[in-house]
Design a protein around this ligand. Sequence first.
Ligand SMILES: *Cc1c(COP(=O)(O)O)cnc(C)c1O
Length: 376
Amino acid sequence: MEFRDLKKQYQALKPQIDAAMQTICANATFIGGAPVKELEEQLAADVGRKHCITCANGTDALQLAEMAYGIESGDAVFVPDFTFFSTAETVASLGATPIFVDVDEETFNMDPKKLEQAICRVKQEGKLKAKAIVAVDLFGLPADFETIEQIAKREGLVVVEDGAQGFGGMLNGKRACSFGDIATTSFFPAKPLGGYGDGGAIFTDDDEIAALLRSLCVHGKNGQDKYDNIRLGMNSRLDSLQAAILKIKLDAFAKTELDAVNQAAAWYNEALAGIDAALPVVPKGFYSSWAQYTLRFETKEKRDAAQAALKAAGIPSMIYYGRAMHQQGVFSDMPYSGTCPVTERLCQTVLSLPMHPYLQHEDVLSVAKVLKEINK
Ligand SMILES: *Cc1c(COP(=O)(O)O)cnc(C)c1O
């Protein structure tokens, strides 16, 4: 069994993907061109946002979004303590200070109450300017954007949605990557919508920010002229090959894969009912794209025993994440909002199971069999 079976996906989509790659090679337009433009238009329409600007990866997407809002030294940017490194890395790379906010134990996402406390502390201290919130759609479940956006409005903060794992998710009928002032995603192969290499995208409704991002992606170019550079930017573009592949994958994602992965989650929920671990929670009004299906055990010992039993049965599992942001070596001297006990506990007790749209019911049953037999 594969943790995320990209080979099976390729077999399902092979004729279209092979043909698309051959067309790109025959036309020899490897950067930009029609596939990139068409993918951006399709993505913006699907998500429900005016502009989509593709770029080289999800980390660049975050950094470009943060650059577009002028995030810089002296700014405090609130990020979840339980996330992939890029969320905090990009903030710190721009010279700003990431403030680590604890998460909700059940949803794994930024806890709005802890966010309010962290903002309050930064404002009281008065050393940094409270500037922005980067909220993550962890494991495919949108963050609580209705509450987070209210807090941001009241406090005058920019909201960035890090939808690297969230593409396809929904909150009260609104799609992931349509939240906040600006949203980003990643097309890393293992993400809900993955390419055959690196890729990323930024979503905004703001015409000026969109134009600024088009410039920042190509060395700070002036309008269409890339040899007239009016600001410092990056070299961050999506390849034509990736765009052509992603167009086919996006179609499959919308037509079958998003439903299939939700079916797999329902199979897990049914087969794992009653095991000695908490199953993932999708609150009312939320819809997940299941980047991960993640269990919570009572203790590290129980988690590690479950992982060992799965391994012995030839079933892969992963620990996302084993280390909190505030525990990362590079951030050891950063101030953070007190301790983050929930994140610290999750790092000891979470375990993600094989999850992808091509998972079969019998795969789910064999995973469940192992987990049910541990305590017998
Ligand atoms: C994967 C990921 C990123 C970075 O995406 P890349 O394309 O790998 O650069 C950022 N944030 C989160 C939450 C991620 O999971």
